[in-house]
Design a protein around this ligand. Structure first.
Ligand SMILES: *[C@@H]1O[C@H](CO)[C@@H](O)[C@H](O)[C@H]1NC(C)=O
Ligand SMILES: *[C@@H]1O[C@H](CO)[C@@H](O)[C@H](O)[C@H]1NC(C)=O
Ligand SMILES: CC(=O)N[C@H]1CO[C@H](CO)[C@@H](O)[C@@H]1O
Ligand SMILES: CC(=O)N[C@H]1CO[C@H](CO)[C@@H](O)[C@@H]1O
Length: 911
């Protein structure tokens, strides 16, 4: 200490005492003070000065903790009064002093005067005058006038019976200090957050102080509520490592509060630590520390702060914005977003699960927004494994998921909301999360409607929980405290997820595609007339999945009276382009009815168990609306219906309007196509029928699946009615025909090769499998069932981004795995890029949405085909990550480890 000050203020004990200046940092006792210099780019040096020639009583000392041979020693009489007298006079004040004597141990003795020079009050004299210090008379040198004067003053104090010289010994001046509190929580509660007078006796770091509570002399350690300052970390070996700015933060608090008279609100005592807020007339230290970048907000203790958490967050925000001190390298989570992408108004198109929405931006683009900092209801450990074999439907099977989704749907669907992006959560690959499914990048935002934060509303109803973060994690809601408060309320009131009641159960029967069940249900719906429904999914302009709340079931619903354009499909002969406006029709229907409450009139049912009828939303008849917007044609079956006239007139007006805009529209869509650079992920349901040895596969489009079913049914009906004459068919290469498969049924086929009448190679055009059979099992295909009526339904594809192993055993392993996983199952398919033989696609499992190809890579069954296209890089990276994990786990083809580059050819294959 002393040497540091010496550098700042020269002193020379040999010559006459030199006058030095400083500020009193602390009063140690009635006869010793710590004086500091001025801070210059860091805490200033300091030194201890004991007053020459006088002695004041020693203050109470606590026994050294853990040492039984030491005891608490009480105040000497009048010692505390002397300290207080001096403290009130000099703390924080400028003083000047002389050092008259310095012991070999470095103790310094001197005279201290208030103010800039020796004309100020001599504090030793004041103490002696008040009878708060005695004069050391031993070794008096007669010629020291200063000492003689002190003796005089002491004699006067004695005569006047002041302080120490009062009769009775002064036992009443000894404090009864309380170093510990039996039950600190009760103690804090008993104060009811009323401010208590106190003196700050010690500052441990910027936000932890030791305070003497008045008038009862409790000594308590108080941590400032709501914040944390950089601190002095104690290492295992006992040495301290200061965090950056810890010394500065400590000095900041010390120079303002040490030994000052304050008031403290003791706010909470979660464990042994007392949390509180210190009130000082000059301002509140919690806020100041934050504003100056000496502290950060702390969620758990913020909750007890009584003076307005939002002020603290604002102070921290300001420090971050200005990059002050601990925030010097701070980068805001949305720093690289333009203002217009950070905050905008958009229309809600869809509610996804219970924590995300799809909004339509001004540009017309759709964007998925996740609600910041909340977690939707989810299954915990055990429940996850329950009912494993039952088909799992998260919306209905996860407790409170349906309630949460319904809350959001009813409040938001079709409405305009304010979106403020809080953070972008980067995509996580499966590698980083240790095998947990990877998430794509997420835009997380605070969404408000009519000034209400929808996440907060959800949390307060107990329909979502709040995510807890690491302290320095900035990727969170800008209204995080409100979310936490809402959650605390929900827990207190036992709302939703926090309720002790039985969870509401939703037994929802899915009868879409269940012909038998649908048949039973049909008369019921027909009689019901108009029924309420919620549109859960839009497959195309005219095909929907509906939830019927009264009947608690899901049905597939087809719009009656119209013919809606079909989407694009892959055929063996190449890509069959979408019928014009199929995409537009789908979008139109989605925007109008997705997740809305509608009314339906069921008229009939098709063979696949889909209901056919009319759908009304807010007085609009969807069939009519599609025709009116030139997105569908009137179908002849509409003739019987009461809407026929309305449909026809809608078609007429549409025709007139359409003529004008058709050209413009088609030009636009061409322009859009050529500009497209992004990967398009439009997964559609397919049914996988056949897998080849080369890892190609055949799939049918689920949307036209019913057409195939009805075609086959009538075809077989006709065959049954007019049995075929065996041997009357002459096979010719390239011809279509029907062939009797092993199951004894007839299927559509094409002849690929005729070796002999007994050996004809056929390809089953609707299923993708091949067979060699005798011409006696073949017959002509009647024109009514030709490929003109219904194009071949099986389309050949192969997996994108993967290389088929050349090694035969490895290839068999991969094929076996694919057969097991997806043959005869429904999957979701997306075309990634074209190939010489067939399109390269990614497939997802219909239920989990896991990528099938990626699964093969992760299993080490295939290698990644690294595509160079820019828009595919995200996928390629994901696949490569999967490959890395397979390699490190030495799965299948990697079981002998990774081979070196010189063992592989330019495509990464083993030689
Ligand atoms: C200087 O003052 C301190 C604080 O009162 C005291 O503990 C110490 O004993 C004093 N030093 C001497 C040598 O008197
Ligand atoms: C969006 O916020 C602005 C200002 O913050 C407000 O005027 C407007 O009403 C809000 N809109 C909605 C839909 O909440
Ligand atoms: C409750 C309280 O005292 N709040 C004060 C904290 O300090 C700021 C200034 O730093 C004052 O404006 C607040 O009123
Ligand atoms: C009965 C009914 O709701 N008819 C409506 C069908 O839709 C058209 C417009 O889309 C309305 O004008 C009809 O009133």
């Amino acid at each position: 200490m002393a040497s540091a000050v010496a550098a700042q203020v020269q002193s020379n004990p040999a010559s006459a005492p030199q006058l030095q200046r400083g500020i009193v940092k602390m009063v140690l006792s009635g006869c010793a003070v710590i004086v500091r210099g001025q801070p210059r780019g860091g805490p200033p040096p300091e030194r201890q000065i004991n007053l020459s020639n006088i002695r004041a009583g020693a203050l109470a000392r606590r026994a050294v903790q853990g040492q039984t041979d030491t005891k608490d020693t009480p105040d000497e009489p009048w010692a505390f009064q002397a300290r207080e007298f001096l403290r009130k006079k000099v703390i924080g004040k400028e003083v000047c002093f002389t050092v008259e004597n310095k012991t070999p141990q470095g103790r310094e003795y001197g005279m201290v005067y208030l103010g800039k020079d020796t004309s100020g009050e001599n504090i030793a004299e004041s103490l002696v005058t008040e009878g708060l210090a005695t004069v050391r008379r031993e070794g008096i040198r007669g010629n020291n006038p200063e000492q003689a004067r002190l003796c005089d003053l002491e004699d006067q104090a004695k005569a006047a019976k002041k302080g120490l010289w009062t009769e009775g010994g002064g036992a009443h001046t000894v404090r009864e200090l309380k170093y510990t509190i039996e039950n600190p929580r009760n103690f804090v509660d008993s104060l009811h957050q009323k401010p208590v007078n106190a003196i700050i006796e010690h500052v441990r770091d910027g936000c932890i102080v030791r305070a003497l509570l008045l008038p009862d002399y409790y000594l308590v350690t108080v941590m400032l509520s709501g914040i944390k300052c950089p601190t002095f970390k104690r290492d295992a070996d006992g040495s301290e490592t200061p965090e950056p700015f810890s010394a500065e933060a400590k000095f900041f608090t010390e120079s303002r509060l040490l030994q000052r008279d304050v008031q403290i609100i003791l706010e909470s005592c979660p464990n042994q630590v007392i949390l509180g807020t210190i009130l000082h007339p000059n301002g509140n230290i919690t806020e100041l520390l934050l504003k100056e970048g000496f502290a950060r907000c702390v969620d758990w203790s913020m909750a007890v702060y009584t003076q307005g958490a939002e002020k603290l967050r604002a102070a921290e925000r300001s420090a971050k914005e200005h990059k002050v001190r601990i925030w010097k390298d701070y980068v805001a989570p949305t720093a690289n977003l333009d203002q217009k992408d950070r905050q905008f108004v958009a229309k809600v198109m869809q509610v996804v699960n219970a924590d995300a929405i799809v909004v339509k931006l001004n540009s017309g683009e759709h964007k998925t927004i996740h609600l910041s900092s909340i977690r939707p209801p989810r299954l915990e450990g055990e429940e996850k494994n329950k009912d494993k074999d039952k088909r799992f439907r998260p919306l209905y099977d996860i407790p409170y998921m349906f309630e949460a989704r319904e809350f959001l749907r009813k409040k938001l669907i079709g409405k305009k909301v304010n979106v403020t992006v809080d953070y972008i959560r980067a995509a996580t690959s499966a590698m980083e999360t240790g095998g947990v499914p990877a998430f794509p990048e997420r835009t997380c935002a605070t969404v408000t409607i009519g000034g209400i934060n929808i996440a907060e509303a959800l949390v307060s109803k107990g329909l979502a929980t709040v995510i807890r973060y690491r302290q320095d994690d900035d990727q969170r809601s800008s209204h995080y405290d409100e979310l936490l408060a809402a959650e605390a309320r929900a827990i207190k009131n036992g709302k939703g997820l926090h309720s002790k009641k039985e969870v509401p159960i939703h037994r929802v029967a899915d009868i879409s595609g269940e012909t038998q069940k649908a048949k039973q249900f049909l008369p019921f719906l027909q009689r019901a007339g108009r029924s309420e429904a919620v549109v859960e999914y839009v497959f195309s302009g005219s095909r929907l999945k509906l939830y019927m709340p009264k009947e608690t079931c899901l049905i597939t619903f087809l719009l009656a009276g119209i013919e809606c354009p079909r989407g694009s499909r892959n055929m063996p002969s190449g890509m069959q382009v979408a019928e014009p406006y199929s995409e537009e029709a789908t979008i139109f229907t989605k925007e109008l009815v997705l997740q809305r409450e509608v009314e339906v009139e069921v008229e009939s049912m098709d063979k696949a168990g889909n209901f056919i009828g009319w759908l009304h939303i807010e007085g609009v008849n969807l069939s009519v609306a599609l025709v009116d917007n030139a997105l569908s044609k009137v179908h002849f079956t509409a003739e019987r219906s009461s809407y026929y006239k309305t449909l026809l007139s809608a078609e007429e007006t549409a025709r007139q309007r359409k003529e004008k805009v058709t050209n413009l529209k088609s030009q636009l869509s061409v322009a859009q196509l050529t500009e497209e650079k992004e990967r398009v992920a439009k997964y559609r349901p397919v049914y996988v029928t056949e897998i080849t040895d080369g890892l190609h596969f055949f799939a049918q489009d689920v949307e036209t699946g019913t057409k195939l079913e009805s075609l086959m049914e009538s075809m077989r009906g006709e065959i049954a009615a007019q049995p075929l004459v065996e041997g009357s068919f002459t096979p010719r290469r390239g011809d279509f025909c029907i062939a009797k498969f092993g199951d004894g049924e007839w299927y559509r086929a094409r002849i690929e090769k005729v070796e002999s009448p007994a050996k004809v190679h056929v390809y089953y055009i609707d299923y993708g499998n091949r067979e060699i059979l005798s011409s006696t099992r073949l017959a002509a295909l009647s024109p009514a069932f030709s490929t003109r009526t219904l194009p071949p339904q099986a389309t050949e594809y192969t997996f994108a981004f993967i290389q088929v192993p050349q090694d035969e055993d490895a290839r068999t392993d991969a094929v076996d795995s694919v057969v097991r996983d997806i043959q005869n199952t429904q999957c979701l398919l997306n075309v990634e890029y074209s190939g010489i033989v067939c399109p390269h696609v990614t497939l997802q499992f219909a239920d989990s949405k896991d990528d099938v190809g990626l699964g093969l890579v992760k299993e080490g069954l295939v290698m990644v085909d690294v595509r160079k296209e820019k828009h595919l890089q995200k996928m390629v990276t994901e696949y490569l990550n999967g490959q890395e994990s397979a390699k490190s786990a030495r799965l299948n083809i990697w079981r002998y480890g990774d081979f070196r580059d010189d063992d592989a050819d330019e495509f990464g294959f083993r030689r």
